[in-house]
Design a protein around this ligand. Structure first.
Ligand SMILES: C[S@@+](CC[C@H](N)C(=O)[O-])C[C@H]1O[C@@H](n2cnc3c(N)ncnc32)[C@H](O)[C@@H]1O
Length: 344
């Protein structure tokens, strides 16, 4: 199996040799890891297609575009999602009225299959295919809107990908990418998660806490998945780097915004704790408590931290921009000028 010529068939059970090869081939790792996750992804990340996630997705779109969008831009007629996963961003945006027709694409055939199933179950006008975001398989000037959520940081050359986004956008068309990890946010999130994982998996060795310990086999599987996750998470960005990448790719009216500081400091230990203990230990009361804690942290971000702390301290970055009416980028791109080191 090769990720150079994308297969349209999901490959949900990788062999040990394929996993070994994936450590040297980031695109193969993306396909194996995300094909494998595709059927359980919605549950793992609490993704739904109801009011809760419609409001969340639309909130990200509005936060990214605020003060830069024309009143008559919405609804967009034809929208494309890159790295769609199970369709969380575009399907919920379509339900909120942002776009009429949606094209769902991802490097992982398993994800495309689940996203299309989700879209059709919702009765939305969607189609889709396996597509690499660095070589988008659609003609120039096709879409009015291109979106992505938590995907740019997986792409080896994000500038090349954004140049492709601008190629497939119609002149004046818009892109919105949300959920990209900031460099500072990623550092503290990793530190907190590693600490929480070690604490919970060691404390639950104590005999009287033994019922809170997941079977060793499951903990080992999680650790292996985390190791592969480190291969698929390629970049983090500072707000300035993200804006510069978008401008170098040829975008205009570029705006970067940031969100989640208290929400990240609260969310990462909670998510790690939940992954480290058996599911049946997480009662309804606990889940309600965790949800209320998240709402309180989000309130603090919106009413307090947003006003005082630098953008680069927030965990999540969002970027929007438009395609100029006269394309400023040379037609034959030279070697990438992407200055980002591999972040980990
Ligand atoms: C963290 S997941 C996010 C999925 C979804 N957007 C969401 O927010 O739930 C990243 C997605 O990007 C996809 N991906 C990784 N590399 C890609 C590439 N080169 N081209 C297109 N999609 C890619 C993965 O297969 C995966 O589905």
């Amino acid at each position: 199996m090769s990720a150079d010529q994308p297969s349209q068939q999901p490959h949900r059970h990788a062999t040990a040799e394929e996993v070994e090869a994936a450590y040297q081939d980031t695109k193969l790792a993306q396909v194996l890891y995300h094909d494998w996750e595709s059927e359980t992804y919605d549950e793992k990340w609490s993704i739904s297609f109801d009011d809760r996630c419609i409001t969340y997705a639309r909130g990200r779109f509005d936060q990214a575009t605020t003060r830069t969008i024309r009143n008559d831009e919405i609804p967009y007629e034809k929208a494309l999602e890159l790295g769609c996963g199970t369709g969380f961003f575009l399907l919920n945006l379509m339900q909120s009225g942002v776009a009429q027709k949606g094209e769902l694409t991802d490097l992982s055939p398993g994800m495309v299959e689940v996203a299309l199933r989700n879209g059709r179950n919702l009765g939305l006008d969607v189609d889709g295919r396996v597509a690499d975001a660095e070589t988008i398989p659609y003609p120039d000037n096709t879409f009015d809107l291109v979106v992505g959520h938590a995907m740019l940081h997986h792409i080896p050359d994000p500038e090349q990908s954004l140049a492709e986004v601008l190629r497939v956008l119609k002149p004046g068309g818009r892109f919105v990418f949300a959920g990209e990890p900031s460099t500072t946010g990623d550092r503290y999130a990793r530190f907190i998660s590693t600490l929480t994982w070690k604490l919970v998996t060691n404390v639950t060795r104590l005999p009287f806490l033994n019922k809170w310990r997941r079977p060793q086999q499951e903990l080992d599987d999680s650790s292996r998945a985390q190791a592969l996750e480190a291969v698929v998470d390629i970049h983090t960005f500072t707000p300035t780097e993200l804006a510069d990448i978008a401008r170098r790719a040829g975008a205009v009216r570029v705006k970067v915004s940031a969100e989640e500081f208290a929400a990240a400091l609260e969310g990462w230990p909670i998510r790690t704790f939940e992954a480290a203990v058996p599911d049946e230990k997480l009662s309804f009361r606990y889940r309600l408590f965790a949800f209320n804690l998240f709402k309180a942290a989000t309130w603090l971000d919106e009413h307090f931290f947003n006003k005082f702390i630098p953008q680069s301290w927030f965990y999540n970055l969002l970027v929007t921009g438009t395609k100029p009416y006269i394309n400023a980028r040379p037609r034959t791109p030279g070697p990438s000028k992407n200055p980002l080191p591999l972040s980990r």
